[in-house]
Design a protein around this ligand. Sequence first.
Ligand code: WTA
Length: 637
Amino acid sequence: MSNYHIKHLEEYFQVYRKSVRYPEKFWEEIAEEHFLWRKRWDKVLEWDFTKPEVKWFQGAKLNITENCIDKHLFSHGDETAIIFEPNNPDEEAQHISYNELHRRVCKFANVLKSKGIKKGDRVCIYLPMIPELSVAMLACARIGAIHSIVFAGFSSSALATRILDSDCKMVITSDGSYRGSKTIDLKSIVDAALEKCPDVKNVLVAKRIDSDIHLKEGRDEWLQPLLDEADENCKPEMMDAEDPLFILYTSGSTGKPKGMMHTCGGYMVYTAYTFKNVFNYRTGDVYWCTADIGWITGHSYIVYGPLANCATTVMFEGVPSYPDFGRFWDIVEKHKVNQFYTAPTAIRALAKENLEYVESHDLSSLKVLGTVGEPINEEAWHWYNDNVGKKNCPVVDTWWQTETGGIMISPIPHSTPTIPTYATLPLPGIQPALMDDEGSEIKGNQVQGKLCIKFPWPGMARTVWGDHQRYKDTYFSAYENKYFSGDGALRDGVGYYRITGRADDVIIVSGHNLGTAPIEDAINEHQAVAESAIVGFPHEVKGNALYGYVILKEAGESRKHENVRKEINQIITEHIGPIAKLDKIQFVSGLPKTRSGKIMRRILRKIASNDTDNLGDTSTLLNPEVVDEIIENSLNK
Ligand code: WTA
């Protein structure tokens, strides 16, 4: 029996049972056999969900980059670590070997050091999907600096909030980025953000689009000349297993984004283990995850998980629709991709296009298909399974979160029989529980409840940066002694899990988590707006789209309304980013509220989804009359 690589269902059950009965022994064996530690741990696990405090492999020393790079150099140094596929298909792809990655990471790490960055410092990375992004994050990890990557689609004010929250000393960015037929001027977004961040001392700028940008004297520098000068060896900093590795922000239903903090040892073990099993990765395979490294999926399953397994991982700079809707399949064919991991929203968008885009490519290299980020609907699942996988590739529907660090519930290819829309069974080491509204665990099968996890796993986030209380309140207070995911789920007759969606005010649009509160705060800044409420409604491609109900200070004529609509989306774009724009904006005279003044979003959600037959009891509302008005003028009838 191999703990590390599960090959059939019986083995899964054996390994799973062991992982629940002897969790410490289970993880200890994996950690021992598959990773390079410079000092062994004193204790495998210490935990207390009431504080909450979780420590894995305490006392151990390691550097994750030694595990992701150096360890492979002796026998696999010439093999490809990263395949970089540029936005423009006519630009040549780069094959970066492990030797070359080592050289680049060491050089970059030495540049960071020369700028005074040291262990524990926070470095913000705001880069497009170019090799420098992976190299920059690994360079931080090499010297023990904590990277905080901000997705390069976020606005300057969203970037500033994140830089300030974790007090970053440096920003790494580029002169711009390519996205399909567009170029985006990233550097000016950084410049605008930094007006609010006086403590950022250095900005390193990678050259990507060759644009003529302004470098601020004494602060900004081109990256390449510094790299050219730098030494190509850099001794890895020895890190405690529980030292921070990175911070990554995720939206909450209220307040500012939460900087989820992940640590070195547990995160490494967990992402590597789950990568190996969920994608059934074999030596020599080419693996491609289409996410952006700015999200957790990219951190764990483009960079750390694959590299820790000495995999070849594809990094794609562009978009699925450029130069046409066949681009994904073109890349699969070109690089003979074996495992392909994407989001349901991308699948739905591609399924709408002519099937010829898929059928004109040779996809016979594919062995495993994965999805992540939101529930996949049955139609999309079948389209993916039939047309991309040719009914020959297991589809792994992987449920997890920024907070969990790695995949939690997912089929294991060739072990777990798949069913469309089901994430199926927990991975070894993961103990899910469904909770009822009274706070008790619901036992047995054929049940539905709030999804919690009962026992720690190595990859879980340890805190919210700078706000441990918020970590406790958000994840460990709803249910005693349990991690609460914020999702609802059902468990079917055989114990398979199906995620039913968020149980809070986070809305997942095109696979991106968006909190309603920050969007409402942005809208309310419009001078004509008195109050607003945002809900999600089903959308064919995005999964959910955003519907805004807005009360204006003064009712105006419809021409004015059109302008306000545009301005509201403009404000949202400036405060958060274009991903948070509203699809529908309905002007209303009031919002349904409870007697304690809370907006009844449940009712607004139903109206936005055109599901008004069963609104429940509205008579207890403070203002029941407003409901009829809102239904009457609904934009989704
Ligand atoms: C949702 C992404 C259904 C869920 C890795 C979760 C999913 C949130 C699935 C986390 C899935 C993720 N099926 N829902 N397979 N995967 N989700 O932090 O609501 O960006 O809580 O992490 O996405 O999103 P995040």
